[in-house]
Design a protein around this ligand. Structure first.
Ligand SMILES: [Zn+2]
Length: 207
């Protein structure tokens, strides 16, 4: 895990956009709460077909059940992020429990794919001073989002497409989900909005 002084500086908040993009049409797609045995492979197929890479914020409990999906995500060149072990609100936990939620997940990812994640996202984006400090101690940086598709509410495929295509802004980080519930609308929406974004000159990047 490196020397004790090697960890990133403690942040006062999570990054919600990509570092200065100078108005360039780049956005980052992120998918939380997987891996999921049905939706993650479906999403990977869509992303592969469009030649796009994203970041997957995975939950430890799901990795333990579907480790092979982690390999598939990495094999396709996507980034992995830590989304805690059991997806509980960090701000309601004692420091020891927060350390365990984040630490166990990074260790598990490392055991499965051979490296630990750089980015971490708190469940519900709910960070506080203690959790940000522990995130940094564990060698990670916190990532939030600027474009919330609210796809977990299942607003309809067209609704998700509209949100992304209407709100795409230089450096935006897009929040979506490939686990935690039925995500067919999300997968279909990605398939539909990627060609629209491309036609409008947008490039999807990994942070
Ligand atoms: Zn989540």
């Amino acid at each position: 895990m490196g020397t004790p002084t090697a960890h990133p500086p403690v942040r006062t908040h999570a990054e919600t956009t990509l570092p200065a993009t100078g108005g360039e049409r780049v956005i980052a797609l992120t998918f939380d709460d997987g891996p999921h045995p049905e939706h993650t492979p479906a999403l990977l197929e869509v992303l592969r077909r469009h030649g796009v890479q994203a970041t997957f914020f995975v939950v430890g409990e799901n990795i333990a059940v579907y480790p092979e999906l982690l390999h598939e995500i990495v094999a396709d060149g996507h980034a992995l992020g830590n989304h805690t072990y059991s997806h509980h609100q960090l701000t309601r936990m004692r420091p020891g429990a927060i350390r365990s939620e984040l630490g166990r997940t990074s260790e598990l990812i490392d055991q499965v794919v051979g490296f630990s994640p750089h980015w971490c996202r708190a469940p519900y984006g709910d960070w506080h001073g203690t959790s940000l400090e522990i995130c940094s101690e564990l060698g990670m940086e916190p990532m939030g989002w600027s474009l919330d598709t609210a796809d977990w509410r299942r607003p309809g495929t067209a609704g998700i497409v509209r949100t992304v295509t209407d709100q795409a802004a230089p450096g935006a980080i897009v929040l979506q989900h490939d686990g935690g519930g039925p995500r067919h609308q999300t997968v279909e929406a990605v398939d539909r909005y990627l060609p629209v974004l491309r036609a409008r000159g947008w490039t999807c990047v990994r942070p």
